[in-house]
Design a protein around this ligand. Structure first.
Ligand code: MD3
Ligand code: FE
Length: 196
């Protein structure tokens, strides 16, 4: 795992945020639910790019359209693609940019990202807004974990062995950033889904 603290300065964060506001106006945040049980996630989501990650009673999958509007996801903005191009040593563009929005009490349990065909490509994560307490372990559940704070502008690159590490967000520290007027945290994860 490569951790690049403060990779984006305030100006760059504000540019990404403007681009995201425009995209979310077209593809609004939705509340995914757990497969089978239908229990809602505390995180709200949307996607940018040719494919988007969704979860509903039927399962987890990537699909080309918004689950509520059935319209294509908006394009990944240049401000976000630029991060992938600067930090990934991967020759192909990302296909999915998952946008996770964490309000007050939102969290994300420990999981692996393995709904993609291509684990050779890295996953690139960009944090914006309030700081999160991030937890990362090894490739098996129940092993040792480490915690890391992810602050606004931080970038994380998951590649090699870390690509299949268990990880999650324990909590978000309210009031820790002034980027979002109403607080909360946004995480963008850029992923290659298909094998090029
Ligand atoms: C480690 N998102 O969307 S980003 C997710 O902050 C997700 O919203 C978290 O986990 C968030 O799937 C964590 C950091 C991250 C992203 C992908 C990873 C860490 C990862 C993939 C493998 C290992
Ligand atoms: Fe994940």
């Amino acid at each position: 795992m490569r951790y690049l603290p403060e990779f984006l300065d305030r100006h760059a964060q504000e540019q990404v945020l403007r681009d995201l506001r425009e995209a979310v106006a077209v593809a609004p945040l939705f509340t995914p639910v757990m497969p089978r049980t239908g229990k809602p996630f505390s995180v709200r989501m949307t996607n940018l790019g040719p494919l988007g990650w969704v979860s509903d009673k039927a399962g987890y999958r990537y699909q080309a359209s918004h689950p509520e509007l059935s319209t294509p996801w908006p394009a990944i903005p240049v401000s976000v693609l630029a991060v992938w191009n600067r930090v990934s040593n991967y020759a192909h563009p990302p296909e999915a940019c998952l946008v996770n929005f964490y309000g007050g009490d939102a969290k994300m349990g420990l999981h692996q990202d393995r709904d993609e065909e291509d684990f050779e490509a890295p996953v690139v994560s960009i944090s914006l807004g309030d700081t999160a307490l991030f937890r990362v372990g090894g490739a098996t559940r129940g092993g040792k974990t480490r915690s890391l704070k992810l602050a606004s502008g931080d970038v994380l690159i998951l590649e090699g062995a870390s690509r299949l590490a268990f990880h999650g967000i324990d909590r978000v520290i309210g009031g820790s950033s002034t980027l979002l007027k109403d607080g909360g945290r946004i995480n963008l994860t850029l992923r290659r889904v298909t094998n090029p």
